[in-house]
Write a protein that binds this ligand. Structure first.
Ligand code: HEC
Length: 295
């Protein structure tokens, strides 16, 4: 068959049409059904339904879970100290973090830059992520550690062991204090809403959203793990993983993203921070508990 210019034109148009269809297909996003979370600054009791189990720690009774298989129901994530008193890598990381923190904070400028009042770290972790006017965006603690260390002339990359160790040390100064971020207005509310949507957006090779597992398949077994609810996820990070080393919350999320064949989000990127804001809001009211350990 002879191909004249008319055929070329038709071919060209077909190509353009299929490419633009492809572009549309790329934009297509499927969402998991979204619950109407109403996070409260003083604790998200309504949706977690686990608060009742642990609000009085003195009376905490693991048998409330029914049977050992159902232990995840207690949202034991906050319970490492004093329940897990064994020395693990998290304790060494904590000591290292303290050392690094002290050396960075010799002039007191590092603590000030992090937002510590009069150099006091108590409660600082409980109010991160937060909106920082000087940056013009919402930032997690690890991002701020990187920025403040840079001001001291030290590279402390978000996601690195050193960065997470300092974050762990800072978090330890708020042990027992409830997470408390306010997502009711302004940039924090916007970050929360974006994080909530992202948490429910399917992506990756397996086309899973975080919510596909952590909201709609809670309690199911996956490769030897029981999928837990997202409530209290944020309160025990950075966590020491016996398989790897120390993980900040944003680093931990990457592991789930890789598991489902999704493109991992860079720690400190706005999308990753939005997810952290969402998860932290759902953990409002849960006490900070570090150093924790997970297999
Ligand atoms: C295929 C199912 C699946 C998907 C999808 C998934 N996760 Fe996970 N996730 C797990 C399992 C299993 C664990 C380990 C057990 C647990 O704590 O739930 C886990 C653990 C976690 C933890 C640590 C909890 C802890 O107590 O240490 C966080 C945080 C987390 N996931 C966040 C996310 C985020 C954010 C997404 C979406 C980007 C996501 N996950 C997507 C299955 C999944």
């Amino acid at each position: 068959m002879r191909i004249d210019w008319k055929h070329y034109a038709v071919l060209l148009l077909t190509c353009v049409a299929s490419v633009s269809q492809g572009a549309e297909a790329l934009l297509y996003r499927e969402l998991e059904p979204m619950e109407q979370y109403v996070p409260r600054v003083d604790g998200d009791t309504k949706f977690s339904n686990t608060y009742r189990y642990w609000k009085d720690r003195a009376k905490l009774d693991p048998t409330l879970a029914g049977n050992p298989e159902e232990f995840w129901r207690l949202n034991w994530k906050f319970m490492d100290p004093p329940f897990n008193q064994a020395v693990h890598g998290g304790h060494f990381a904590l000591d290292h973090g303290e050392e690094r923190y002290q050396s960075l904070n010799q002039s007191g400028a590092f603590a000030k830059c992090l937002g510590a009042r009069k150099g006091n770290l108590k409660g600082l972790r409980a109010s991160y992520p937060r909106y920082l006017a000087n940056l013009g965006h919402v930032a997690g603690l690890e991002e701020v550690i990187e920025r403040c260390a840079a001001k001291e002339g030290v590279v402390m990359q978000n996601g690195s062991y050193e960065n997470s160790a300092i974050s762990l040390y800072i978090a330890s100064k708020s042990n027992g204090m409830p997470l408390r971020i306010d997502v009711s207005k302004g940039p924090m509310k916007q970050a929360y809403e974006r994080g909530r949507t992202l948490y429910h957006t399917k992506s990756g090779r397996l086309n899973f959203a975080c919510a596909s597992c952590h909201i709609h398949n809670i309690g199911k077994h996956l490769r030897g793990n029981t999928v837990t609810s997202p409530f209290s996820d944020a309160s025990h990070f950075p966590v020491y993983r016996t398989r790897y080393v120390l993980q900040s919350l944003q680093l931990r999320m990457i592991e789930c993203q890789l598991d489902t064949g999704a493109q991992p989000l860079m720690p400190g990127s706005s999308a990753s921070t939005d997810l952290e804001v969402f998860l932290t809001a759902l953990s409002n009211g849960y006490p900070i508990a570090v150093p924790s350990e997970r297999d």
